[in-house]
Write a protein that binds this ligand. Structure first.
Ligand SMILES: [Zn+2]
Ligand SMILES: [Zn+2]
Length: 580
């Protein structure tokens, strides 16, 4: 475990030298796999090949789905014949395919069919009137019959001028004859109009479920429409309007959306075993062009059901089970991240000592993570607030105590409000933090209000993680924000909020470090560092071609670097429109 992590970071340091070698005109040695035939299926040549390992290269050859040679032009061009597809990169850059470290593939598919209520730059909602108008328009354009459910996703109270959630009264203005449910951008809150509340029997007598809150009109027991965390379960989920056939079609399209951002390995988190069986069946009939790693949602399973979950060592048709995911708390932008110290500003009406709450029984987590690690099943745990992170780490520590450390690579998903002392324990225990590093841009200004500047500035502390030599990843948690990796890299490097404030300047990563987290680091998180994450002989021929070299451009331009083409297993899976 320890040797793995230091090896990865060492490689990362070595690769920094690449531009120096290139400048010196040093001709790299070609590296060929032993049995490499002389004819390549695909060859890239160019001056901006970012291998993410310690090799310098100006050309790459692919045979089948593998990288067969990495080296100089002359050496690689000797492998070219009339059947070889030849790509002269010119000013473009070639990188290993990007790896999605955390997100919800099916959610991206489902959301693409629902009413988008996001605020800029993703969508257009600036105030509650915009949301009301968008719902009315959706009903009209789609001819939604009275009585049929209208589902909107992605609204963000922190970006609406009113700085509050749309409630039942607001949504009643959109329609009183259609039940309306809208989901907060965090996925941790929903809001419903009066008809929806009535249809699902939510009223004065509805009690708060464990791990959730039915918000009430001030001073009464009357629900105001907003549901937090597990209380969202009283309303239908986002999949309710997507039938099976449409769902599978949308998933195929979603794989293309990911590929358009250079992603060749996708995460499908929080799913059921029966869903994964169906997904594998689909993959058997028509393999997915990119890889999809699924994680079974552990929270709702009984001990017996959990005991039956196992993980796959290999993909079939592009799909495998990676392990089990738990959710331990809420989200900082929803002000439901479970903290050890009070919020500077909590949700409306809470006490001054508000710290939010766990969304899962801590003892159940401890006992279950122990059993899973014992069986060698990889574990992810969603933990945003430092108290939830403490629980995540405690569970791992208790489970491993007195044992020789297995290569478990348990992942803290989000890890946003992790503390310095917790990073030390993460290092010691071989835990991998996967930061929701898109936050400083999307909600950085909001976090300053919620947590104060000290805590907000240390959110997703990538640099403190690198200093400790801890393998780490960053993610978009799509569909919460789009699976745009170059924007994620840009935010990880710049940490600029929407208002232009630099949130925690000392936690800004270098471009190379940010690229590491979406390639090598993510491959490590998935136990796939021998297969993916760098342009290295023998690894999978997964690549992304970028418009320009991210290592040499102005870092403020990173988010504008377009994906030109994406290759998975040696085949083109996305090509920019209008490309000749
Ligand atoms: Zn999460
Ligand atoms: Zn998630």
């Amino acid at each position: 475990m320890a040797s793995h992590s230091s090896m990865n970071i060492e490689k990362l340091k070595l690769v920094v030298l690449v531009p120096l070698f290139a400048l010196a005109g040093c001709s790299p040695q070609v590296e060929l796999s032993q049995e490499a035939p002389s004819s390549a299926d695909l060859i890239f040549i160019g001056d901006n090949i970012i291998t993410m390992d310690d090799n310098v290269a100006s050309a790459v050859a692919v045979i089948g789905d593998r990288i067969s040679a990495v080296g100089s032009r002359e050496e690689i061009l000797a492998m070219r014949d009339e059947t070889t597809q030849f790509v002269d990169l010119g000013a473009r850059a070639l990188l290993p395919g990007f790896i999605d470290a955390h997100g919800h593939f099916g959610g991206v598919a489902t959301y693409s069919a629902l009413l988008d209520l996001s605020s800029p730059p993703v969508g257009a909602m600036e105030n509650i009137d915009d949301i009301v108008a968008a719902i009315r328009n959706w009903i009209e354009v789609n001819n939604v019959p009275a009585g049929d459910l209208v589902y909107g996703v992605g609204y963000d109270d922190s970006l609406l001028v009113e700085l509050r959630h749309p409630n039942r009264d607001d949504l009643d203005r959109a329609s009183t004859t259609h039940p309306i449910v809208i989901r907060h951008v965090s996925g941790h809150l929903s809001s419903a109009n009066s008809l929806a509340l009535a249809n699902y029997n939510i009223g004065v007598n509805t009690e708060n479920p464990a791990g959730g809150i039915v918000r009430r009109r001030l001073g009464t027991n009357e629900p105001d429409g907003v549901m937090e965390e597990t209380a969202m379960g009283l309303l239908p989920g986002t999949g309710v309007l997507v039938d099976e056939e449409l769902g599978w079609r949308l998933r195929r399209e979603a794989a293309d959306i990911y590929a358009s951002f250079g992603i060749t390995t996708i995460q499908e988190s929080n799913v059921s075993t029966s869903y994964v069986e169906a997904l594998k069946q689909q993959a058997l009939e028509e393999p997915f062009a990119v890889d999809i790693v699924t994680y079974i949602m552990g929270n709702p399973l009984s001990d017996e059901e959990l005991e039956l979950v196992s993980h796959d060592s290999d993909y079939s048709g592009g799909v495998k089970i990676g392990g089990v995911k738990f959710t331990l708390d809420g989200s900082p932008q929803g002000r439901t991240a479970w903290m050890s110290q009070p919020y500077d500003a909590g949700p409306p009406g809470v006490d001054a000592d508000y710290v939010a709450y766990p969304s899962y029984d801590p003892d159940a987590y401890r006992q279950r993570v122990d059993r899973l690690l014992e069986r060698g099943v990889p574990v992810l745990a969603h933990a945003n607030g430092d108290e939830a992170i403490e629980l995540m780490i405690d569970g791992i520590e208790e489970s491993l105590s007195g044992e020789e450390m297995p290569d478990h690579r348990s992942v803290i998903i989000h890890a946003q409000l992790i503390r310095e002392d917790q990073l030390d324990r993460v290092k010691q225990l071989g835990i991998v933090p996967s930061y929701y590093a898109a936050h400083p841009f999307f909600w950085g200004d909001w976090h300053r209000l919620s947590f104060g500047d000290d805590r907000a500035s240390f959110i997703s502390p990538v640099k403190a993680t690198i200093e400790r030599d801890i393998p780490f990843t960053v993610h978009n948690d799509s569909p919460i924000v789009p699976p745009d990796i170059m924007r994620l890299v840009s935010i990880t490097v710049n940490r600029l909020t929407r208002s232009g404030y630099v949130l925690g300047p000392d936690q800004r990563a270098s471009v190379l470090e940010a690229l590491y987290s979406v390639t090598q680091g993510a491959a490590y998180q998935y136990f796939e560092e021998d297969e993916k994450g760098s342009i290295t002989v023998g690894k999978r021929a997964d690549f992304v071609v970028l418009e320009s070299n991210p290592l040499t451009i102005d870092p403020l331009q990173l988010e504008n670097v377009g994906v030109v083409e994406t290759f998975a297993r040696g085949k083109s899976v996305y090509r920019q429109v209008g490309l000749n």
